[in-house]
Design a binder for this molecule. Structure first.
Ligand code: CYC
Length: 161
């Protein structure tokens, strides 16, 4: 997986160009938010279990049919698979935050996921809502709602939806 710097280097090296103004602006904002992204990732790591638990309760409260007979998260096995998926989204978001790049999300999370979900009857709408709830809980935890903090969640939600 790539990060903000390696991705920019491969783009510019492909055409043999020095970094231009755009590239330097991208790098500046990457470094300017660096400490904040690390702190956010550390906070997520320290609170992952509780974030996932809260996101699950909120999702099942908002969409109770998921855990009723016939719902996709009904039975303890599927309930657990759903919480595990939320944990995957959160963990990979914590990596993407540090990388300042969504490549790891494409490569490790999103590739093939829509097909898997559709063959198992996992509904996309509530999954996207689960990702949004994770984002909101992370905003609360970190105490801010900057674009860079929401970016990995927004990316997964829009690629899935
Ligand atoms: C299942 N989720 C799965 C499966 C995969 C993933 C591959 C099928 C295999 C399995 O059950 O383990 C997702 N696996 C991933 C991801 C990665 C991976 C993202 C990258 C690290 O390796 N059901 C709902 C909710 C939602 C949900 C809306 C939770 C938000 O109703 C999730 N995913 C869910 C459920 C299953 C599942 C219930 C089990 C479905 C089944 O087996 O019937």
């Amino acid at each position: 997986p790539q990060d903000a710097i390696t991705s920019l280097i491969s783009t510019y090296d492909a055409t043999g160009k020095y970094f231009d103004r755009d590239a330097l602006d991208t790098l500046k904002s990457y470094f300017a938010t660096g400490n904040a992204r690390l702190a956010a990732s550390a906070a997520i790591t320290a609170n992952a279990a509780s974030i996932v638990r809260k996101a699950g309760s909120q999702l099942f409260e908002e969409v109770p049919d998921l855990i009723r007979p016939g719902g996709n998260a009904y039975t303890t096995r599927r309930f657990a698979a759903c919480l595990r998926d939320l944990d995957y989204y959160l963990r990979y978001a914590s990596y993407a935050l540090v990388a300042g790049n969504n490549d790891v999300l494409d490569e490790r999370v999103l590739q093939g996921l829509r097909d898997t979900y559709s063959s198992l009857g996992v509904a996309i709408g509530p999954t996207v809502r689960g990702i949004q709830i994770l984002k909101e809980l992370v905003f609360d935890l970190v105490g801010e709602s900057a674009d860079w903090l929401g970016a990995p969640f927004e990316y997964m939600a829009s690629e899935l939806g």
